[in-house]
Design a protein. Structure first.
Length: 284
């Protein structure tokens, strides 16, 4: 009895399921390695595409960011973010956040984690923190590899603005870092959807697919101009507001509104996930 009392008195919630343990578990999973490889290979795919297609600049009357892709490594990194922000970067967020709890349920290991004992809130916090950390790492990996590949191919130089002017290399690096931060914040809605669904189902694919599907629905609704100002409440409406940051004179209002909407939706979804999981009957 004394031994049990000593164990109980020394028990501390913060020592259960340490973040580094959960991080190592997730890093070793095949889906993490595959997603990292896909994001790391994308810049090389685009490099080959531009090499085959030739210089994209000057092919039409209106110059876009895509037309400046080969101007410098910074431009190439910006183009990689532009082509991937709308969908490709949604995948790792949905995957890491949607697979985290549902996979434990599908493996019938969830009840053993809770019996360790790991409090339910601690379990969710650990898994959510690692999932968001991996999502952010995925978003950083893409522009870092793209910047290195673009610099090797096109040289290190200022970021050329399609509308005219340029940002020096130091300013361009800061703006690209800010862009990555904003894309991450804008994807918190997808993270919240995936995480909430992950606590509701034992099928990881259902949680991941559901989050991606709802994100696509949001993009479709944003394209319906008949909705008018109602589109301002859709996170998808602000997903490319980061383009205002890579201008000689940046405009922050769109990014501020987009970030506020994304964080609001995400907090509600995370709260629903914690509330529902705290009452869930764990049978697997």
């Amino acid at each position: 009895m004394s031994t049990l009392t000593e164990v109980a008195s020394g028990y501390q919630t913060r020592h259960t399921l340490p973040l580094r343990v959960e991080l190592v578990r997730q890093l070793k999973r095949r889906r993490t390695l595959v997603m990292g490889a896909i994001l790391g290979l994308l810049p090389f795919v685009l490099l080959i595409a531009f090499a085959i297609g030739g210089d994209p600049s000057g092919r039409n009357g209106q110059i876009t960011l895509m037309d400046t892709a080969t101007a410098s490594g910074a431009n190439f990194a910006a183009v990689n973010l532009f082509v991937s922000a709308g969908f490709l970067l949604v995948i790792p967020v949905a995957l890491f956040c949607g697979d985290t709890v549902a996979s434990e349920a599908s493996w019938s290991s969830l009840r053993y984690l809770l019996a360790a004992p790991v409090p339910r809130a601690r379990l969710l916090w650990s898994k959510l923190a690692v999932a968001l950390g991996l999502s952010l790492a995925a978003m950083i990996l893409l522009p870092v590899v793209a910047l290195a590949v673009g610099t090797a191919a096109y040289g290190w130089g200022p970021l050329q603005i399609p509308t005219g002017g340029a940002l020096d290399t130091g300013t361009a690096t800061q703006r690209l870092a800010l862009t990555v931060a904003y894309i991450f914040v804008s994807q918190l809605v997808t993270a919240g959807l995936a995480f909430w669904l992950s606590t509701k189902t034992d099928a990881p694919l259902g949680a991941v697919g559901g989050a991606v599907g709802l994100t696509i629905v949001g993009n479709v609704l944003d394209a319906v101009t008949a909705l008018g100002h109602w589109r301002d409440f859709l996170p998808a409406h602000w997903q490319f507001a980061w383009a205002d940051a890579v201008q000689p004179h940046p405009e922050w209002s769109g990014m501020i509104q987009g970030a506020a909407i994304s964080i609001t939706y995400a907090l509600v979804l995370f709260a629903l996930a914690f509330r529902g999981f705290s009452r869930k009957d764990i049978v697997s």
